[in-house]
Design a protein around this ligand. Structure first.
Ligand SMILES: [Zn+2]
Length: 283
């Protein structure tokens, strides 16, 4: 099995929205904001190559949104989707599977692009695009609170061009990759657990966007059912701590990974480290 992690781009959103009921005096100490109260987020994607399959987890915002949309997300830096893959030796036609943790625009927009004639095309032409059925049903008929995050041009081409595969149940996806469902952030978010050199690596997506989201009440305002998130965090943190799981943070601008430790206040993240450091650690 070969793993790669790369940062497609960074963007900025309101700091308070990322921490829900937690006061700014607390979150700003661990995740500093700028003068407009904005904080930087990364958009990292994970690639897992195993048994002839090349699986890409999430694919960023993409480049088909107009200037007005992009002026609200303050994108900066990063390697780009195609360029980041190329740096790690992959062409778009090498990707056999795209697993989308969920369909918010910052997780799936790179999977569909607009060609020079304005047609929507699949970025990964031979790949199956996998989404949980619960998330698909939720996203194509969105509630008003999440509807800004579900863009039809990101979703419908996957189905209409025949690439979509709906995952009905949690469990083994392919040997070495297990998919779990979580429902607090949005319905049917997929969290992948990768078995690698005797350890479990978890791409924690929007269950734990940052290392600083480990304490139970630190929950985004975006979550549709925060009390469900809290329960899901509590149960999964216990399993993760006991199993020595390593978390890979998709959105954390300051850390790629951490382990978990037990403190008098409960389970907390260890210091963060880079993905390269993780790969060296597991050599
Ligand atoms: Zn999300």
């Amino acid at each position: 099995m070969k793993l790669s992690l790369f940062n497609i781009s960074n963007f900025k959103i309101d700091g308070g929205a990322m921490f829900g009921v937690v006061p700014k005096v607390l979150w700003n100490r661990v995740y500093p904001s700028d003068e407009n109260n904005l904080i930087p987020l990364s958009l990292k994607s994970l690639v897992v190559e195993v048994n002839g399959r090349v699986v890409l987890f999430d694919n960023g915002i993409g480049n088909k949104q107009d200037d007005k949309f992009m002026s609200h997300v303050y994108a900066f830096g990063g390697e780009g989707l195609i360029e980041g893959l190329a740096q790690r030796g992959y062409k778009p036609t090498d990707i056999t599977d795209v697993v989308l943790t969920h369909l918010h625009y910052d997780h799936c927009g790179g999977g569909v692009y607009r060609d020079s004639e304005g047609n929507l095309k699949l970025t990964f032409p031979i790949a199956r695009y996998h989404v949980s059925r619960a998330q698909w049903d939720w996203a194509i008929n969105p509630n008003p609170r999440e509807s800004d995050a579900y863009l039809p041009e990101n979703l419908l081409p996957m189905r209409d061009l025949g690439a979509l595969n709906l995952i009905e149940a949690e469990g083994e996806f392919i040997p070495g990759i297990e998919l779990r469902f979580f429902n607090g952030h949005t319905r049917g978010q997929i969290i992948p657990i990768i078995s690698y050199r005797g350890r479990k690596l978890v791409f924690v997506a929007d269950l734990f966007p940052f290392r600083s989201h480990i304490p139970l009440p630190w929950i985004m305002s975006y979550d549709v059912e925060p009390l469900k998130t809290l329960k899901e965090k509590e149960t999964f943190l216990k399993e993760s701590y006991e199993g020595g799981y390593i978390y890979i943070y998709q959105h954390d601008y300051f850390a790629d990974c951490s382990e978990l430790q037990l403190t008098p206040k409960g389970i907390r993240a260890t210091d963060g480290f880079t993905f390269d450091e993780l790969m060296k650690k597991l050599k």
